[in-house]
Write a protein of this length. Structure first.
Ligand code: ADP
Ligand code: MG
Length: 239
């Protein structure tokens, strides 16, 4: 079954084309890296996937539900982590999660159980009662991921989620989200411009100037080159 299916997607800001006929598909429970330099169109794609923007051309389906024809079902399957923190700094992790659970119509015992589950999924159970302001960058990011999982989505979208984190924290979050795909069967789309966040066994999509230039298993794509040099070669000329 397909986690995410995108067909012939195009989008322009006025006459500035940001995505050109983008098509790809992700099997359920796999980790896909969407690698592209700044300006490639990654965030535009996320805006379309989350219906912040309405699709101009092409189609998107999430776990079999068309975003156009059945937006409520499709969006219900999606959890999103943007670069910006959405948690309230002065509330505890638990209070924040209770608030987001309530927004999803989950309350009482069900919320309690669900919060315990998502905190365990991101290894944050022992931090439930700390205020977000007191957490370090990596733990805030994990709390943010827990927030995105509260309604039990089958697809997790992350837009450059490691920006601003130190290398060790970056590696730990990257490992953790790989684990969410492997262990919990969540379909992950991970946008980044950093080649070292991608593993050889990952599904890799390279986006450049709004077009897909590679789509396959990372190790098969990079062959004998290291991914960072391959990526630069594939996207050189990008501004
Ligand atoms: P990425 O997230 O990969 O850095 P974006 O999706 O943000 O790329 O941007 C893709 C292209 O669309 C870039 O050329 C960018 O300048 C342009 N763009 C993004 N947002 C807007 C906007 N609101 N108005 C006009 N052009 C935009
Ligand atoms: Mg972006």
């Amino acid at each position: 079954m397909t986690g995410l299916d995108i067909q012939n997607l195009s989008f322009a800001y006025g006459d500035k084309v940001a995505l050109k006929n983008v098509s790809f598909s992700i099997p359920r429970g796999t980790f896909t890296a969407l690698l592209g330099p700044n300006g490639a169109g990654k965030s535009t794609l996320y805006a379309l996937l989350t219906r912040l923007f309405v699709t101009q051309e092409g189609s998107i389906s999430v776990s079999g539900h068309s975003l156009d024809h059945n937006p409520r079902k499709a969006l219900g399957e999606i959890g999103v982590v943007f670069q910006q923190l959405t948690l309230d700094m002065d509330l505890t992790v638990n209070q924040n999660l209770r608030y987001f659970a309530a927004l999803q119509g989950i309350s009482g015992k069900a919320a309690h159980a669900r919060i315990a589950q998502v905190l365990a999924q991101v290894n944050m159970s022992e931090r439930a009662n700390e205020t977000v302001r007191k957490l370090n960058g990596g733990h805030r990011r994990r709390a943010e991921i827990a927030r995105s999982l509260i309604h039990n989505p089958s697809v997790l979208l992350l837009d450059e989620p490691t920006v601003g984190l130190d290398p060790q924290t970056r590696a730990s979050i990257t490992d953790h989200v790989h684990d969410l795909a492997e262990t919990h069967g969540i379909t992950v789309l991970w946008a980044t411009h950093l080649a070292d966040e991608v593993r050889d066994t990952d599904h890799l999509i390279i986006l450049n100037k709004g077009e897909i230039v590679d789509d396959g298993i990372c190790g098969d794509i990079r062959k004998e080159h290291d991914l960072a040099s391959y990526f630069i070669a594939q996207t050189s000329g990008a501004k």
